[in-house]
Design a protein around this ligand. Structure first.
Ligand SMILES: NC(=O)c1ccc[n+]([C@@H]2O[C@H](COP(=O)([O-])OP(=O)(O)OC[C@H]3O[C@@H](n4cnc5c(N)ncnc54)[C@H](O)[C@@H]3O)[C@@H](O)[C@H]2O)c1
Length: 249
């Protein structure tokens, strides 16, 4: 296994399960120490054990990303990081516009948009001081093509694309590279919670490459965007999606 992230320290939000856990383990295997954030203490501790088992340092922040002052204080207390992966996310039932009430709407924007924004704000002082850094935002194919019955989700992920492109411009003078990974449908707790198994199987048959990407496929893209191989890539959105969504530039 290449040690492309040796000497680096990465903060991954929502790393107590699903794809965030996969990113943490792969980045640790590549040599990075990991700051694991999640609202779920048990999941975060499980990830920390996995990171330590491959010989890297792990610290855990258990805080609701929607509580901006507590979250920001925890990130600042955790100390400087070289890499931030803005991964924490929420899914939920598919809903028509009329069925998206204020609480459901607010949760979507608080976790994805406010969470991504304030996590980034919290890590910037040390990245600017170092004149180096990587910010990897997790978007979605729904930000590229829309989503029937999840417009609040698609819109919140589209905001992340706006941050990615704007921050790539704003932070370039400090050589902070900002990119996004926009996964296609991935089987995780999030999607299993809102789709019956037969629907998931039906949808998988429609993938041009014959199968869904797995969490590790997303982790490969994240780890690559964190590595020295992508020193001059910024403001881009990469979408591992088994060929389901193909867009021009
Ligand atoms: N699964 C998919 O098909 C898919 C596709 C595209 C994008 N994504 C995005 O990928 C990211 C990871 O999703 P996943 O599928 O691994 O889901 P997941 O539910 O397995 O993981 C999300 C993590 O975020 C944490 N989280 C949620 N709300 C939080 C809060 N308020 N404060 C702190 N932590 C919180 C959860 O506890 C969980 O550990 C999300 O941003 C999601 O929107 C997922």
């Amino acid at each position: 296994m290449s040690k492309s992230l040796e000497g680096k320290r990465a903060l991954i939000t929502g790393a107590g399960g699903g794809m965030g856990q996969s990113h943490a383990v792969l980045m640790a295997e590549r040599g990075a120490d990991i700051v694991i954030h999640d609202i779920k203490a048990d999941g975060a501790e499980e990830t920390a054990e996995m990171v330590r088992s491959v010989g890297c340092d792990a610290s855990v922040l258990v805080v609701d990303i929607r509580d901006v002052s507590a979250f920001t204080a925890a990130v600042c207390d955790a100390g400087p990081v070289d890499i931030l992966v803005n991964n924490a996310g929420v899914g939920g039932a598919r809903r028509a516009i009329e069925d998206i009430n204020e609480d459901v709407y607010n949760q979507m924007f608080e976790v994805h948009v406010r969470g991504t924004f304030f996590a980034t704000q919290a890590v910037l002082p040390s990245m600017k001081k170092n004149k180096d850094g990587r910010i990897i935002n997790i978007s979605s194919i729904y930000a590229m093509g829309g989503s029937q019955l999840a417009s609040h989700y698609a819109a919140s992920k589209s905001a992340i694309s706006g941050f990615t492109k704007s921050w790539a411009r704003e932070l370039a003078p400090w050589r902070i590279k900002v990119n996004a990974v926009a996964p296609g449908f991935i089987v995780t707790g999030m999607t299993e919670g809102s789709n019956p198994p037969e629907k998931i199987a039906e949808r998988e048959k429609l993938m041009p490459l014959g199968e869904f990407c797995k969490p590790i496929d997303i982790s490969y893209a994240v780890a690559w965007l964190a590595s020295a191989e992508t020193e001059l890539i910024s403001g881009q959105v990469i979408s591992p999606n088994a060929g389901e969504v193909i867009v021009g530039y």
